[in-house]
Ligand binder design. Structure first.
Ligand SMILES: Cc1cc2nc3c(=O)[nH]c(=O)nc-3n(C[C@H](O)[C@H](O)[C@H](O)COP(=O)(O)O)c2cc1C
Length: 185
């Protein structure tokens, strides 16, 4: 049985480097014959337990359902002040509510990131990985996909230019798919 992939980026920006990186990852996985859904985190409100107590927002229910229906999660994470972006942390926190209903548990994930700095989200990804341990997502450790100086790494159509970045991304996706397929079948 073929696996399903859900992709989301921790940036809402129209010209987001992380959305571009995720689009490259999605195109590669689709070219291998896999179904990829890209989820925009823009509609997810800022977490507030008072809102949760009155019922989960529709956007959160949609996000949780999309995670539940996927076998592999592809996450592209910007680095904000050497850590995780609020958008990404907030969405992942919401998805683990209510307590005990965590759709990430036992799924497979891959993590990538692009920044305009020299370290390409290497520091931020350490922070993201801590959170992914907390939500019990089996995250493939390597290869690292750290797209540094991201403003120079995509062509006008948004395609990755650098062959090393492309090769790392493709290897990471292939590993994620292989593990997700093993777990599913
Ligand atoms: C609040 C904030 C903090 C940032 N901190 C870092 C940082 O620690 N390291 C880094 O490489 N870039 C940092 N940046 C720059 C981001 O790499 C850059 O804005 C990047 O384009 C964000 O990802 P996006 O294009 O997907 O929105 C920061 C940007 C913002 C808005």
């Amino acid at each position: 049985m073929s696996i399903k992939i859900l992709a989301f980026a921790g940036s809402l920006r129209k010209d987001s480097l992380n959305k571009k990186l995720l689009a490259n990852a999605s195109a590669y996985a689709r070219a291998q014959g896999f179904e990829v859904e890209v989820f925009d985190l823009g509609e997810i409100p800022v977490y507030n337990q008072d809102i949760e107590d009155t019922g989960l927002p529709q956007s959160v229910i949609r996000f949780k359902t999309a995670i539940q229906g996927a076998d592999l999660l592809m996450i592209s994470a910007p680095e904000y002040n050497h850590g995780i972006s609020g958008v990404l942390k907030n969405a992942i926190d919401w998805a683990t509510r209510p307590d005990g209903d965590n759709p990430f548990s036992g799924k497979v994930g891959i993590l990538m990131g692009a920044s305009d700095g020299r370290f390409g989200t290497a520091r931020g990804q350490i922070d993201v990985r801590k959170l992914l341990v907390a939500v019990d997502l089996l995250t493939i450790p390597q290869p690292y996909v750290y797209v540094a100086e991201g403003d120079k790494q995509f062509d006008a159509e948004g395609n990755l230019i650098n062959e090393k970045n492309k090769a790392s991304l493709e290897k990471l996706i292939a590993r994620g798919i292989a593990v997700a397929e093993k777990l599913k079948n």
